[in-house]
Every structure is written in structure tokens, then in C-alpha cells.
Design a protein around this ligand. Structure first.
Ligand code: EPS
Length: 384
């Protein structure tokens, strides 16, 4: 299973095609739209999200809410295109001057993108490198969640750090899942929720931006999804690839993550036990539910760090890519903090990876065959 996305931030629409989804999967379009809505929220978002109302239009691969096994094409329209037609229309004479950008924003794809692709207008880079593209990936992930919900696989995510503040408590899956949607910064801890909001306000006042840390939790993945036999079959490696490809993400860790570099081996591993009642079990989950590139059956726990958004209202030192003169970087409309949105994106890109490796294990032709492969496998494991 694979997907492609296309679309510019102020172009007509985003398009995503996912190939490899099984036949006879029931899709509830409202579940997909709910995920898209969640991605648009979050304290710290700029004015663009007041314009957009992201909804998935399914163009092919589904008939009467049921998948056909053929590629599924999804469109998400950019309402803002109405204001950008004369600058962004793919065909015809357009105004290429009025919205031209020549001063590169440090930290964005601007400088390297323009040099690499030989552009005199950075708009040709920023339109595609923009995080607007993540809406398409959320739609793909939401379809994958529809598939995985048939096996009771559940996702949640929350923001655990913004700026200098980071949660000092662990919350369990259910608590996060039940409470996260009530928080504008996707923080389930009331004390830190206010600290996060204060930090974002401070950034706004200073015409600055902020990053943070998000945590993704995935429940009920049977053991043995992913494999140790080859580098590109490892579940954690594939999750990290997908997460690192989200705009602004600079680091990914599993379980105790970087803290594992500070403890003795005797304290790091999740020891293995057996009892008649529980079967094989562990009392800890330091490795975040993945051993040897395979799911262990424990909850998968991942954290990602997002850097502050590079589009600053206080522009940084940069150059004009055409004249090479020193300037302040261009000021574009931007979000002050998009960490809550990134949390929703991260959850959904993980859903794609989990669905992909789940299908490698149990097949992807049609739902009945996948379900019986899955049940047979669980039966065999029960005998242990
Ligand atoms: C973005 C800049 C802003 C963000 C955008 C990402 O958009 P605009 O330039 O239209 O104001 O709101 O994010 C989205 C459009 C989105 O859907 O997440 C950027 O420069 O990356």
C-alpha cells in the first residue's frame, strides 16, 4: 500500500491517491472529515484556518461507502484559492509579479529549494513545502484508521511540551483519548495547558513562534507487525520516516527514547514473564512497544519534537536570492504555533504505517480474508 499527494498551499486543491486498500471496507466519510477538522484547530494557528473548512471529497475507489480495492482518490479544496486564482492558476496568463518572494526565510525550504530547482521566485518552493500538504496526509491516515478500527486498533495523541514547559506526569491512553479534544492546545494536564497557552501568547506578543513535543499512542496492535529481517521492514524505522517527513519535525523517539542512553541495560529492557492467566506479559514498556522492528503487543509510544515555525513576523537575517543583497527575510502570514495540529497529523501518518504493515502480515485483498487471517493468527498465539 502506498500513497501520493499533490497540491500547492494556495492552489485549487490537494489531491491524495492511496493504492492498496482492501475491498469491502466500509468508510464513514464523517470520520475522515472529523480528523481534518481536528487538524485545523489548535491555539496558535493563524488566520488561514479561518478561511478553510477542510472536507474530503472521495473521487474514486469507493462505491456507496464501500471500498472497491482500487486506488482511492481524495480531494480537499483550498477555499483560499478564490483569492489566489490570478497568481496560482495552473494554465493561462497569470500575474507572476505581485506575489513574488525573493527573500528566503531561514529554516524553511526557501533558499535551498530555489537554488536547487533554479527558481527566481521562492513562491514556487513555499507553495509546496507548506504544511498545508499535511491535510492530504490526514485524509489518507483517516482512511487507514477506518480500516484498523475493524481490528480495534486505536490511536490518540497529545501535546506534552510547548516552549520551555514539558509535562512531568504520564497519562494513560484512555485519559488522553477522553480529554484531549477538550483542550485548545491538546494538553490533558490543566496546569500545563495554561502554561502552554501563556507561552504561545508570549510568542505572539514578541512576534515570534514556538515549537514543542507531541506524543502518539497506539493500542491493540497484535505482536509481530513489522519484521527484523530487513531494514525496510522494521516498523519503528518506517514510523520514524513518515513522522520525520512532517514539516517541522526534527526528532522522533520510541518509549524512553533518548533517556535510554542514560540507563544501564538492566534498567532499560522490558523483562518477560508468563502466567497461566495473563499468558506472556511485561510489567514495563520502556521500548515503546517495539522490539527488533516488530510490535510487541504493548502500546506503541512515540514522541516527536517540532521546531518553531520559520515564518516569523520578526524576520531574521537573510538574502535576496536574485540580487544576493542582505535583507530581512520575507514576512508571510503564518501560525505562531502549530504543535497541536502536528499532533493530529502525526497520529494519522502513523495510521498509514500501521495499516501498511498490518496488511503485509494479514493481506490486503478483501476484508473477510484479512479478518480470518488475523483471527487464525491470534488463535495460534493463544496456544502459547
Ligand atoms: C504555512 C503558512 C500558513 C499556514 C499553513 C502553513 O498558511 P498561509 O500562508 O496560507 O497563511 O496556515 O498551514 C496551512 C495552510 C494548513 O492547512 O495547515 C506555511 O508557510 O507552511
Amino acid at each position: 500500500i502506498r500513497y501520493l499527494t499533490s497540491g500547492e498551499s494556495h492552489g485549487q486543491c490537494l489531491t491524495a491517491i492511496i493504492e492498496g486498500m482492501p475491498a469491502n471496507l466500509k468508510i464513514n466519510i464523517e470520520n475522515i472529515n472529523k480528523e481534518l477538522k481536528k487538524r485545523q484547530l489548535g491555539y496558535g494557528r493563524g488566520d488561514r484556518m479561518k478561511i478553510e473548512n477542510d472536507r474530503a471529497i472521495i473521487l474514486s475507489g469507493v462505491r456507496g461507502n464501500i471500498t472497491l480495492g482500487s486506488p482511492i482518490a481524495i480531494q480537499i479544496q483550498n477555499k483560499d484559492f478564490d483569492n489566489w486564482k490570478e497568481y496560482m492558476n495552473p494554465i493561462g496568463d497569470i500575474d507572476l509579479e505581485s506575489k513574488k518572494v525573493t527573500k528566503a526565510r531561514p529554516g524553511h525550504a526557501d533558499l535551498v529549494g530555489a537554488l536547487k530547482y533554479n527558481f527566481e521566485d521562492i513562491r514556487n518552493v513555499l507553495e509546496r513545502s507548506s504544511a498545508r500538504e499535511t491535510a492530504a496526509r490526514v485524509a489518507i491516515g483517516a482512511i487507514c484508521k477506518e480500516f484498523l478500527s475493524n481490528f480495534n486498533i486505536k490511536f490518540t495523541s497529545h501535546v506534552v511540551g510547548i516552549g520551555q514547559y514539558e509535562l512531568d506526569k504520564n497519562y494513560d491512553f484512555k485519559y488522553i483519548s477522553d480529554n484531549v479534544e477538550n483542550s485548545s492546545v491538546r494538553c490533558v494536564d490543566k496546569f500545563y495547558e495554561q502554561k502552554f497557552i501563556d507561552e504561545i501568547n508570549k510568542a505572539k506578543e514578541n512576534r515570534d513562534t514556538l515549537g514543542g513535543i507531541i506524543e502518539i499512542r497506539i493500542q491493540n496492535i497484535p505482536l509481530g507487525v513489522g519484521s527484523y529481517v530487513h531494514y525496510d521492514k522494521k516498523l519503528d524505522a518506517n514510523l520514524a520516516l513518515e513522522l520525520m517527513s512532517i514539516q517541522g519535525i526534527k526528532g522522533v523517539e520510541f518509549g524512553l527514547g533518548f533517556k535510554l542512553g542514560k540507563v544501564f541495560g538492566s534498567k532499560a529492557q522490558d523483562q518477560i514473564y508468563y502466567s497461566k492467566e495473563k499468558g506472556i506479559y511485561r510489567n514495563t514498556n520502556n521500548l515503546g512497544g517495539i522490539e527488533g522492528g516488530m510490535s510487541t503487543g504493548e502500546e506503541i509510544i512515540i514522541r516527536c519534537v517540532m521546531k518553531p515555525i520559520p515564518t516569523l513576523y520578526t524576520p531574521l537575517n537573510s538574502i535576496d536570492i536574485n540580487t544576493l543583497e542582505n535583507y530581512k527575510a520575507s514576512v508571510e502570514r503564518s501560525d505562531n504555533c502549530a504543535v497541536p495540529a502536528a499532533s493530529v497529523v502525526a497520529e494519522n501518518v502513523c495510521a498509514f504505517v500501521i495499516a501498511k504493515f498490518f496488511m503485509y502480515k494479514f493481506g490486503n485483498d478483501n476484508m473477510d480474508d484479512i479478518l480470518s487471517n488475523y483471527e487464525n493468527y491470534l488463535e495460534r498465539l493463544k496456544e502459547k
